[in-house]
Design a protein around this ligand. Structure first.
Ligand code: SF4
Ligand code: SF4
Length: 439
């Protein structure tokens, strides 16, 4: 079986981002493969610890990915502060052509555009992908899954996640795909407060989840618990009409949001201050609005740069949604760009960012637990990847065996297969969620 076929059969998707099916990425060509171990989101500890514990498998996955895309250069990008993990990786790359690229501790070091620039000096064009400048970026857990798929024919049945924030016993642990959120929180000692919210992913780009429906997906890097009354939560949970009211009334056009925008610093024409200005005038200039297409939603403008602070990221997102609703397409594509001369001086250190948004006291090492979680019931989300939802191959009441395919994309559609992580029985199927109980 080819590498691409083995990865497709295993149902691998990007473990650290939008969940793009990995077999599609590996079908492209690239000169340079970068393993992304930057883990720049505060509070998450999963990539750095998994890379230390599974360094050999990670390097094996990197070499396989490089072979698939025909890369001549490949290596692991990791923050230089993770000294133990770097030592493990240095031992694992010994005798191979793999390299280690050391990054400073800033946000958003793990953004594909940023990591490609830091490692290679190349800039992904506006509206482009890493392959547009000869690079492929893969999360480290994805690479470990690639090694397991190719060498052991092992599908994605589980993944490591960090469970942290306002929980009594923050941990990083391997969980079956579909593990319910409430089981994860209990496994971390329970929430420290009675009224809380949970983010799937990091505090900068992660999304609030429904406490009753959420579960571990193939791209869940962690669940972070926050007291509902926390000022960070209050800001992020503001309603869209409140955003617009505040944005229109208070922006003084100081330009700091654009000055610190990581895409703007790379030379892209992403100008959040101009999108904010467009809300202040009756007849905004088209380019002031259209540049919202270039936003990565990193959140630095809202949570770091704006002194007031205003919901700048939220206005970028709302503007882009409105443009798409009117079938307007991104006009900024593939122009040659030069980085801003201040790019090296405007990196935002993660510890300063955490202080600013008030989450430093929620940080913890969240050490790796040697005991994987074993819930009695799984809620497997069949649409947790880019593309079309996977279609169930089983019905309610059917028995399923561990590793058996339970859902797959329709013929020709972009998507991923799902496998049962346990021996059990299908209990329910609705709203793209397939529930399995242990038999
Ligand atoms: S969220 Fe703000 S800082 Fe981040 S890319 Fe978008 S406009 Fe720039
Ligand atoms: S930083 Fe805030 S006040 Fe300044 S231009 Fe941006 S949105 Fe307006």
């Amino acid at each position: 079986m080819s590498i691409v076929e083995a990865v497709k059969t295993a149902g691998i998707i990007g473990a650290g981002g939008a969940g793009f099916p990995t077999h599609v990425k590996l079908s492209s060509k690239a000169e340079w493969v970068i393993a992304n171990c930057a883990e720049c989101e505060p509070l998450l500890k999963v990539d750095q610890q998994t890379s230390r514990l599974q360094a050999v498998k990670l390097v094996r996955g990197l070499i396989i990915a490089a072979e698939a895309v025909g890369a001549v250069k490949f290596g692991i990008a990791i923050k230089e502060k993770h000294k133990e993990t770097i030592s493990a990786l240095e031992r694992a790359i010994y005798g191979t052509s793999a390299e280690i690229y050391k990054l400073q501790d800033y946000y958003p070091a793990g953004d594909e555009f940023s990591i490609v620039y830091e490692v290679t000096g190349r800039i992904i064009p506006e509206g482009g992908r890493p392959t547009d400048c000869g690079c492929l970026v893969q999360n480290v857990i994805t690479l470990i899954q690639i090694a397991e798929a190719v060498d052991e024919e092992k599908p994605v049945l589980s993944r490591p996640i960090t469970i942290s924030g306002a929980v009594r016993n923050p941990i990083t642990v391997v969980t079956p795909i579909g593990t319910p959120l409430e089981f994860c929180i209990e496994s971390a000692g329970g929430a420290e407060v009675s009224d809380f919210v949970v983010i799937d992913g990091g505090p900068m780009m992660g999304k609030f989840v429904d406490l009753k429906k959420a579960s571990v997906t193939k791209r869940t890097s962690g669940f972070l618990v926050f007291p509902r009354e926390h000022r960070y939560v209050q800001r992020r949970m503001m309603k869209p009409d409140e955003h617009q009211k505040i944005a229109r009334s208070a922006c003084d056009q100081c330009n700091l949001c654009s000055d610190y925008c990581p895409r703007n610093l790379l030379g892209h024409r992403c100008w959040p201050s101009r999108v904010m200005r467009s809300g202040l005038t009756a007849n905004p200039k088209p380019d002031d609005i259209l540049n919202a297409f270039l936003c990565s939603e990193c959140g630095l403008c809202s949570l770091w740069a704006c002194p007031i602070p205003l919901p700048v990221r939220e206005m970028m997102v709302q503007t882009r949604l409105a443009l798409r609703k009117h079938e307007v397409k991104n006009p900024f594509r593939n122009q040659e760009v030069e980085p801003n001369k201040f790019i090296a001086n405007r990196k935002v250190p993660v510890h300063v960012l955490m202080d600013k948004i008030g989450i430093t006291d929620l940080d913890s090492p969240a050490p790796f637990s040697g005991e994987p979680l074993f819930p009695g019931r799984l809620r497997i989300q069949l649409n947790a990847h880019a593309g079309s939802p996977a279609l169930p191959k089983k019905s309610v009441g059917n028995s399923v065996a561990r590793g058996e395919v339970i859902a797959e994309p329709s013929e020709g559609a972009l998507g991923a297969k799902y496998h049962s992580p346990i021996d059990g029985k299908v209990l329910n199927i609705s709203d793209n969620i397939l529930e399995i109980g242990v038999s």
